[in-house]
Design a protein around this ligand. Structure first.
Ligand code: NAG
Ligand code: NAG
Ligand code: NAG
Ligand code: NAG
Ligand code: NAG
Ligand code: NAG
Ligand code: NAG
Ligand code: NAG
Ligand code: NAG
Ligand code: NAG
Length: 610
């Protein structure tokens, strides 16, 4: 192997479990996956930095109270050959050794190290079947890597602080270790409980009616598969007709219900937003080996057969996706902490308060194998009564309008896919708070423009999803009416090109822009609060591929993260290239004057990452 190249071995289009599958460029990327492993011994160790590389996802820090946390080390495990095994479990008992039993923040810390060679693997963390975290591992290097994911899990406090029984804490991470894929993931999970600062929980009492953001459920039911299982606690949705079903029953005094849905996509649908229309694949005789069904996907949630809501997911790119070098050391948006999506099911409560069992169903429009989906049902219970009642009064599930305009000759072509949908549900629930009518509205819009050029050697995808929803609660006293609006825009630009070189060698060039806007507004009577989050990554990567082997490559990524709310702001601009941080500016105050001071302080604190 050519000594002038830094030999980088890694895996393209890592697919989290079984076989890696490519999705972007039609021909060559696909072949790369099967036989790209041939380590160069000549350049081995030449550039190996001594210490492990620290990977991280750029996101705003969790706002913590100034109290000393009570920490609980829940699990240690070395995930070696875990594929096909049941989830790893530990007993969890609500912390009784803490000096306080009221906490204002609860943070889950996942810390992992790995050395060697390994794919990116999807994993999930559950407590008594309630999913707390969906995430993807980082891909190791020969000198080792370390990464930490911290997630605010305060919303699960009723479960975490349940003193009645010991609960099962489960982690499923399907990994394969052999002579080639040597990476074992050494994992520690710790939960940190931060007590309240004395005298600050007054506001909680005043707002005993827990509607709107910031109030946590009294009970959380798992809408996941039951133990014991070999493949995690999620449902595996394998095609467009497959439905994951879960029976459940709610206490008869619930007055609010929110279904939190976790979603991740793998194998043939890992890059669903790049999948080609079937008519193109058929015309080019590619139906056997190229993922199709076009680039539109929708996760549909039903309750007793009626559509309760949908999720048009954010395009998370896992750590091995597109060009793995783009995600080192900053990882793709959402890859270490996949977003979950809330569906307000309060309008349906009246139909499930009968004490009997009911069924949630999950399906994915146009799905290919495989989607991992499960959910948590957050319930608020009426402390003053043993029975609430309600009725679903309006349910409009406008059918999905999907359109495709194709124009292709051979392997060259342009495809415009668009989709639109809205769902509205309204229902009332009468509890000791009075008779409250809740409406939940979701509005979706989707556009995808895909261009195939160079006889399939170049693919460009431009996609945008608008995903708005609103929850309105009409209270007996109208000056207390609540409105929560969330407007989301998920965007993706992906350009992958192959430039032929000499001697069976080509250059794979990928540019990606991945980002979202999430704007939230909350109003309660005359009170009003807003938050804006805009998070965008731009990446440019090249890989030199010779005889199906990646022999060198480099990736650069710039990220711009901007969060603004009435109480708190956080801005970060960071650029990385080839495992190194080029610049990193942080401003965590809304006040412009403090900018440079914060920026400088932060930079000094960063370790050198190579
Ligand atoms: C959990 O506790 C039970 C009962 O105390 C015990 O039998 C079991 O082995 C424990 N499981 C783990 C994973 O520690
Ligand atoms: C879809 O997947 C389900 C579950 O694996 C399977 O039973 C069914 O036959 C599949 N349907 C089609 C059309 O492939
Ligand atoms: C499609 O590909 C298969 C396998 O490569 C080949 O046997 C078949 O003849 C091809 N069909 C057409 C219509 O090109
Ligand atoms: C609750 O309010 C709705 C809408 O105003 C009304 O139709 C319903 O009858 C009320 N329910 C009760 C039990 O008062
Ligand atoms: C979503 O809300 C934005 C305003 O933030 C609006 O421009 C857009 O049209 C809405 N989209 C849908 C599908 O409702
Ligand atoms: C496809 O487009 C490329 C340029 O991107 C061109 O060289 C090639 O001839 C085209 N193939 C066909 C079948 O038109
Ligand atoms: C979010 O708010 C910003 C600032 O008002 C606006 O530019 C952006 O378009 C909004 N995004 C969405 C999805 O509504
Ligand atoms: C390409 O091939 C030529 C002669 O066949 C050789 O001299 C050259 O070193 C090769 N280049 C690479 C990058 O392998
Ligand atoms: C990809 O990014 C590089 C570097 O910024 C730029 O020169 C090139 O034009 C981009 N290509 C495309 C197709 O966007
Ligand atoms: C990437 O970084 C390594 C050191 O870690 C260096 O040896 C190599 O030349 C760099 N490659 C590029 C393309 O900058």
């Amino acid at each position: 192997m050519d000594n002038t190249f830094l030999t980088i071995l890694f895996f393209l289009f890592l697919s989290t479990l079984h076989h890696p599958i490519s999705a972007s460029n039609l021909h060559k990327f696909k072949q790369l996956n099967s036989d790209f492993l041939a380590q160069s011994t000549s350049s081995h160790h030449t550039h190996t930095p001594p210490s492990p590389t620290k990977y991280f996802e750029v996101t705003k820090p969790i706002q913590l109270p100034k109290t000393k946390p009570c920490s609980y080390h829940v699990l240690h495990h070395d995930f070696g050959y875990t594929y096909g095994s049941p989830p790893v479990i530990a007993n969890y008992t609500s912390p009784s050794h803490c000096s306080s039993n009221k906490f204002s923040k609860i943070v889950l810390e996942w810390k992992a190290t790995c050395v060697g060679r390994q794919f990116d693997r999807i994993f999930g963390v559950w407590l008594d079947g309630v999913e707390l975290l969906r995430s993807c591992t980082a891909e190791p290097r020969t000198n080792g890597i370390v990464w930490i994911v911290e997630k605010d899990i305060t919303r699960y406090q009723s479960l975490l602080l349940n003193h009645e029984k010991s609960q099962t804490f489960a982690v499923f991470l399907g990994n394969i270790v052999d002579k080639t894929y040597t990476g074992v993931y050494h994992v520690d999970v710790t939960i940190h409980f931060y007590p309240f600062v004395v005298n600050t929980h007054k506001t909680k009492k005043i707002n005993s009616l827990a509607f709107g953001s910031g109030f946590h459920a009294d009970l959380i039911l798992p809408i996941s598969r039951n133990l014991p299982l070999n493949d995690g606690l999620w449902f595996e949705i394998q095609n467009s007709t497959d439905v994951g079903l879960k029976e459940f029953a709610v206490p008869r005094n619930a007055y609010r219900a929110v279904l939190e849905v976790y979603v991740s996509f793998h194998e043939s649908d890992e890059f669903w937003y790049t999948n080609l229309p079937n008519e193109y694949l058929a015309a080019n005789n590619l139906t056997n080996n190229t993922p199709g069904n076009g680039p539109f996907r929708e996760v549909v949630v039903t309750l007793d057969g009626k559509v309760a809501g949908s999720v048009w997911p954010f395009t998370v790119i896992y750590t091995g996706g597109v060009n793995p070098l783009l995600w080192r050391p900053i990882t793709g948006i959402g890859s270490f902490d996949l977003p979950s999506y809330d569906i307000e099911v309060t309008p349906f409560l009246g139909t499930i308060l009968d004490g009997k069992s009911h069924v949630f169903g999950f399906s994915v429009t146009n799905a290919l194998n495989v989607w991992y989906i499960d959910a948590n049902l957050h319930l608020w219970l009426d402390a003053e009564s043993s029975r609430t009642e309600g009725e679903l009064v309006n349910h409009i599930d406008k059918p999905l309008v999907e359109s495709l305009v194709s124009d292709f000759i051979g392997l060259n072509g342009t495809f415009l896919t668009s989709a639109k949908k809205s769902i509205l549900t309204t229902g009332w629930v009468r509890s000791s708070f009075g008779n409250i009518t809740t409406s939940f509205v979701q509005n979706f819009d989707y556009y995808n423009k895909m261009v195939m050029a160079k006889d399939g050697g170049k693919q460009t995808v431009n996609q945008v999803i608008f995903f708005n929803d609103s929850v309105r609660a009409k209270l007996p006293l109208s000056y207390l009416d609540l409105v929560d609006n969330t407007h989301r825009r998920f965007s993706l630009y992906l350009d992958t090109d192959e430039l032929e070189q000499n001697n069976d060698t080509y250059l794979a060039v990928s540019n990606a822009t991945l980002g979202f806007d999430v704007n939230k507004s909350h109003s309660k009577g005359s009170g009003f609060s807003n938050s804006f989050l805009n998070n965008v990554q731009d990446g440019q990567g090249t890989m030199v591929v010779k005889k199906n082997l990646v022999i060198s490559g480099v990736g650069e990524t710039q990220q711009d993260y901007r969060y603004k709310s009435d109480e708190y702001c956080y801005f970060r601009k960071i650029g990385v290239s080839n495992y190194t941080i080029l610049y990193d500016k942080v401003k965590n105050s809304c006040n412009k004057r403090s900018r440079s001071r914060f920026g400088l302080n932060y930079i000094r604190k960063l370790p050198i990452m190579l």
